[in-house]
Design a protein around this ligand. Structure first.
Ligand code: PLI
Length: 458
């Protein structure tokens, strides 16, 4: 069959000019930012691939929805629209809006975790794990081994290893495991999906022991798209149908709507359990705001409701994931070491393979993100030893097997030409890799250190 290309299912109505500094200016900016891309000023960045979080372009429908904001303190019309949407599109019964995902993680962790509990999950996520620990729990990684191997081509590297989960249950007892933390597309593994087959098996096992499943549904529609593309029996199902099926296998959900749901701010906690709902409604007024706005403006909730509906459209996901795959394929064709297979929200560079001469104590991924910025003004994010933080008990660095730099693609923002420019820069940095020197950390914040840590060149 002749190859037929995909194209974006939209045209561009408004543009935002980009700024490009000279190489000398970029070197100065990077040094001033302590070799941490989080500390750069956005105006000093040319193509911003730091994150796909809150960086999406909203549609004309969403912007029109912003004008329909009902900014009443209580009972905003937009809350009820959002609540109906979460029920219709996602299938969860009860909704508590929050300003973003970590606020929902905070509440569910406090509600369900007791001191000394264990929380198995398909790889850690920074904020998720921290909230589990702050509530007195201990995170246990039960993702399949393939997820820690950047070269494994297994299509569902987000899958949970059922033996690892069973072993934990046998070891600590089901009463010490309030829930399994299950993320759809596993961010830290490279945006890798979980399969429906695996999720069904996890549901069966947890049901047997009365253990809940908390679904981090931040990128659930992207995961559903991968199931449609790769899992047997799902080719004729729509993304929307697959999203609903995934959610139906879980009990509660935390959402950072800043990703899948195409808004610049917003999130929620959803649950089918009326007791959890009751507690969350009590808690949200302490930390976020009334239960009908949870730290959001009415207009934000309206844009979120519309964005949720747009996010489960097949043609949207085809272009969204298609763009990520396009960049990934370009890098693979050039022989660049990246996490395989390419995931859904970004391309992850294997910094250990770029810099075999650097130890993890010299922060290879942090170094690579800095080099890339200096080369072209492309901003990426470290996802390695800095992000992994320290062991709560020993105080030592956690040394993750994966030492990655994430080129995260905002939704509906950049064009294929931008992807070409990014690929050329990555290739250039790879060609000069042997000249790179590592970094030393000179300032380390207490929590989520990757955001604000500062470094100097060795
Ligand atoms: O940034 P928040 O608080 O809206 O959401 C936290 C969060 C929870 N789960 C997952 C899988 C995430 O990816 C996530 C946030 N991710 C960010 C900010 C990222 O750059 O990937």
């Amino acid at each position: 069959m002749k190859k037929r290309s995909w194209a974006e299912p939209y045209k561009i109505k408004m543009v935002e000019p980009l700024n490009m500094l000279s190489k000398k200016e970029r070197e100065k900016a990077m040094e001033e930012a302590g070799y941490n891309t989080f500390l750069l000023r956005s105006e000093d960045v040319y193509i911003d691939l730091l994150t796909d979080s809150g960086t999406s372009a909203m549609s004309d429908r969403q912007w029109a929805g912003m004008m329909l904001g009902d900014e009443a303190y209580a009972g905003s019309r937009n809350f009820y629209h959002l609540e109906d949407t979460v029920r219709d599109v996602y299938g969860y019964k009860h909704l508590v809006p929050t300003h973003q995902g970590r606020a929902a993680e905070h509440m569910i962790s406090k509600i369900l975790i007791k001191e000394g509990d264990y929380i198995p999950g398909n790889m850690y996520f920074t904020t998720t794990k921290l909230h589990q620990e702050m509530a007195g729990g201990k995170f246990v990684d039960v993702i399949i081994d393939e997820a820690h191997d950047p070269n494994s081509e297994y299509p569902f590297k987000g899958d949970i290893d059922l033996d690892k989960l069973q072993n934990l249950i046998d070891e600590v007892g089901a009463d010490k495991i309030p829930y399994v933390a299950m993320a759809t597309t596993v961010n830290m593994a490279g945006g890798q999906p979980i399969s429906m087959k695996n999720l069904k098996a996890v549901r069966e096992l947890t049901k047997k022991y009365g253990i809940d499943i908390v679904h981090d549904m931040t990128r659930v529609a992207e995961n559903a798209y991968m199931i449609q593309q790769k899992e047997e029996g799902y080719q004729d199902k729509t993304v929307a149908e697959i999203v609903k099926e995934i959610n139906s296998l879980t009990d509660h959900a935390t959402m950072s709507a800043k990703k899948d749901a195409l808004v610049n701010i917003g999130g929620f906690l959803a649950t089918n359990d009326p007791r959890v709902f009751e507690e969350a409604r009590n808690m949200v007024v302490v930390y976020e705001g009334l239960h009908t706005y949870g730290g959001l403006a009415g207009r934000d909730m309206e844009a979120m409701a519309i964005g949720i509906k747009e996010s489960v459209m097949d043609e949207h996901q085809k272009a969204r994931v298609g763009q990520v795959q396009y960049l990934g394929q370009k890098l693979l064709d050039a022989g660049i070491p990246i996490v395989k297979p390419v995931g859904t929200h970004g391309v992850f560079l294997d910094a250990k393979a770029f810099y075999p001469h650097l130890t993890q104590d010299e922060f290879p991924a942090q170094t690579l993100a800095a080099e890339l910025y200096v080369d072209s003004g492309v901003r990426a994010m470290e996802r390695g030893v800095v992000s992994a933080g320290r062991n709560k008990e020993t105080g030592e660095h956690n040394y993750p097997k994966l030492e990655l730099v994430r080129l995260t693609i905002p939704r509906r923002v950049y064009t294929q030409a931008h992807m070409d420019v990014v690929a050329e820069s990555v290739i250039e940095v790879y060609e000069n890799a042997k000249n790179a020197r590592g970094l030393k950390m000179v300032y380390e914040p207490k929590y989520l250190r990757f955001f604000q840590a500062r470094f100097e060149k060795l």
